[in-house]
Design a protein around this ligand. Structure first.
Ligand code: ADP
Length: 222
């Protein structure tokens, strides 16, 4: 194994902890993270037609069409120096995107990524998303029951926290259906390519982190 940590795809159902683990890989192992959810949310704030289209798709829990996300995504990848490892959070989400990613990395002469599947039962997804609040300033995730929310501010920066617009039950249902009909096919895809590791997403953040570090042969911390 080379000394550089491998490029890495984190995928799993909503609330499985992809974003949290990606952030830890950035903080502890100097990964660059490309989170297409955050990227799309930032485009959704633009006042042009593309911004409006993306905003509407996100709020309804639909995927942004492959062609739109491809150019935005490629641009992000090419910005990262070739010798830096990347963690892909939220991309690919279907087989077409998986092929696109491999083709792009080959073209850029970068190592193909390994894939980590964070598995989480459907019922737990609903439970987690129903108690998930996000800091509007720094993106920190806070978990709480709605009745306790009045006292809730971000533990990191003190800003108030809010629920994501797409964390409403009916929108969660659409997002999860898309996950199981499209993204879940990636489990078999990467298994066949011998590039898949499956992880129990119900374990604690620290436990998942340790399993990831072990699977990737990363030192306890850099
Ligand atoms: P989720 O919790 O559903 O995984 P994300 O924060 O990763 O949410 O993504 C939010 C939204 O951004 C998605 O519902 C979708 O509209 C859009 N999006 C993110 N990544 C992709 C992608 N790879 N392909 C298409 N749409 C995407």
């Amino acid at each position: 194994m080379s000394s550089q940590p491998p490029n890495l795809i984190l995928f799993g159902p909503q609330g499985s902890g992809k974003g949290t683990q990606a952030k830890l890989l950035v903080d502890k192992y100097h990964y660059h993270s490309i989170g297409t959810g955050d990227l799309m949310r930032s485009y959704a704030t633009h006042k042009d037609a593309l911004g409006r289209k993306i905003r509407s798709l996100i709020n309804h829990g639909e995927l942004v069409p492959d062609k739109i996300i491809e150019s935005i995504f490629s641009h992000e990848v090419t910005k990262i120096p070739a010798d830096q490892p990347i963690v892909f959070d939220g991309y690919p989400r279907n087989l077409n995107q998986a092929h696109f990613l491999d083709t792009l990395l080959v073209k850029l002469e970068r190592p193909l990524p390994v894939a980590l599947y964070l598995n989480l039962p459907r019922a737990v997804v609903f439970e987690r998303l129903a108690s998930r609040y996000v800091c509007s300033e720094c993106g920190t995730i806070v978990r709480s029951l709605p009745s306790l929310l009045r006292q809730l501010v971000c533990p990191k920066c003190g800003t108030s926290v809010a629920m994501r617009k797409d964390d409403k039950p009916e929108v969660i249902e659409t997002r999860l259906n898309l996950f199981y009909s499209q993204t879940f096919l990636l489990v078999d895809h990467y298994k066949k390519l011998n590039r898949l590791t499956e992880i129990n997403g119900e374990a604690t953040i620290e436990q998942v982190q340790t399993v990831i570090a072990t699977a990737l042969h990363l030192p306890p911390s850099i």
